[in-house]
Design a protein around this ligand. Structure first.
Ligand code: DLL
Length: 434
């Protein structure tokens, strides 16, 4: 029936074969960038680097980094390595500040990306028999169309529901028989809640599995999604600058995400020194696109904090695995000098069995940072006495202090009072004027 791998000749390839492939592709990519993108020619010339100096993948560390600001400075199409007529698609990532980051694809690039997404779907157990319900937004965001093309590449049936209108989503699941779900983990949780509220037993839905990504999520959240939707939940990673969803994906072992490193070569560097760090050490994830035509970014600093491992996976794949991103170096909050990642706050909340609907608010009061965490109560807690609720707030605050090393004000709020998201969740409101 099902094939375990979409691309066995790559996913199971020997490390030597992969290295040779990566070296050949890097050499070609560097030539393309130097000859077609003035930005890269200038960067190479500044440090006296010639394309011919890059002889194998081991020479990658000689190449200068690319950062998001470079894309903004060359907005919208300045870093493209092909003529406009060769592009067949444009996407853009919204970001919260500054100009959008615009990315472009040739026909070949869309194929590379679709293959990556098809590998991800296959690794999560999807087959051509499946009805793949895509609730990521369709549009400039890469989530919807990325997984849509992946599903079609696989030969499965894509259901392009896009985001929003949760009632309709549930109706479609029931009527069309969606058995595979793609959306953000926060929307998966909301769908689970909504299904329960509408009196439907998720066991009666045909859904079997789903792949969730585009934002950080914890193991606890995975359990919540698996229980509330009665499915198996897989992680998928990607970013528009490199392709979109499918840059890395989880397999049945769920011990990290395999990177499609024949297209996207990963490195982990120390975010301060920018020196590469060994396997197993956390640092900033950096990608070089070695199989793309339109926007082959070299050593792109993702800001995502992760680590990689080259150990062979029990699933048989030899492709390097990355750890679930632990947050972004630019998402990190500095509160009274202490580094705090929203994922740590979430970990504490979920470990204590609280609702996953929370919001972090940071204010500056009398020159001091104050972090408040609003968490929704469950109906059970809501019926407790005020005293009991206050005790619970204190207990959570103490646990936050132990994990984060700072005091957080905990406010338990009414069920369903915090905003829900159809795309990426907005977890942090930083009111500080710095
Ligand atoms: O979020 C692409 C995507 C769509 C990935 C659907 C997975 C599923 P951007 O909007 O450019 O692209 O945002 C990229 O999202 O640098 C990470 O910080 C974060 N991110 C993406 N996937 C994960 C994940 C899409 N599985 C940024 N876990 C990345 C944690 C993730 N963070």
């Amino acid at each position: 029936m099902s094939n375990k791998y979409y691309d066995p000749e790559i996913e199971l390839a020997s490390r030597d074969y992969l290295k040779a492939l990566q070296s050949a592709r890097l050499i070609k990519t560097v030539e393309r960038c130097y000859n077609k993108v003035p930005f890269y020619k200038k960067k190479f010339d500044e440090i006296g680097l010639l394309p011919g100096d890059i002889k194998s993948i081991d020479d990658i560390t000689k190449i200068p980094f690319t950062v998001k600001q470079d894309l903004r400075d060359n907005y919208p199409f300045g870093l493209f390595a092909v003529e406009k007529k060769d592009l067949i698609r444009i996407h853009a990532s919204s970001g919260t500040t500054g100009k959008q980051t615009v990315v472009g694809y040739t026909k070949h690039d869309i194929d590379v990306w679709s293959v990556s997404a098809a590998r991800a779907l296959t690794a999560a157990g999807a087959t051509k028999e499946d009805y793949i319900h895509v609730s990521y937004g369709y549009g400039l965001f890469t989530g919807g169309l990325g997984l849509h093309y992946g599903a079609e590449k696989l030969g499965a049936t894509a259901i392009p529901v896009s985001s929003g209108n949760t009632k309709r989503q549930i109706q479609i699941m029931q009527d069309f028989g969606s058995n595979f779900l793609c959306c953000t983990p926060s929307y998966a949780m909301y769908l689970g809640e909504s299904i329960k509220q509408s009196g439907i037993d998720s066991k009666d839905l045909p859904l079997r599995a789903g792949i969730f990504g585009a934002e950080a999520w914890s193991e606890n959240m995975r359990k919540e999604i698996e229980t509330s939707l009665n499915i198996k939940a897989y992680d998928i990673y990607g970013l528009s600058e490199i392709a979109g969803p499918g840059v890395a994906y989880e397999c049945s072992e769920q011990t990290g995400m395999h990177i499609s490193e024949d297209f996207f070569y990963p490195e982990i560097v120390d975010p301060d020194t920018l020196e590469p760090v060994p396997d197993g050490t956390f640092g900033e994830l950096v990608f070089t696109c070695i199989g793309k035509e339109a926007l082959p970014l070299l050593r792109y600093r993702t800001r995502d904090i992760s680590c990689i491992s080259h150990e062979k996976c029990a699933c048989g794949r030899t492709l390097v695995k990355m750890h679930k991103p632990m947050g972004r170096s630019d998402d990190m909050l500095i509160i009274r000098g202490v580094n705090v990642f929203p994922s740590q706050v979430e970990h504490v909340i979920l470990t204590l069995g609280m609702s996953p609907n929370y919001q972090i608010i940071v204010d500056r009061i009398n020159n001091l940072d104050v972090m408040t965490v609003k968490i929704e109560m469950t109906d059970d807690i809501l019926s407790d006495s005020v005293r009991k609720i206050e005790d619970l707030e204190q207990k959570i605050s103490a646990a936050m202090h132990t994990t984060l090393g700072i005091t957080a004000k905990i406010k338990l709020v009414e069920p369903n009072s915090l905003p829900r998201s159809e795309g990426k969740a907005v977890r942090v409101i930083d009111n500080r004027q710095i």
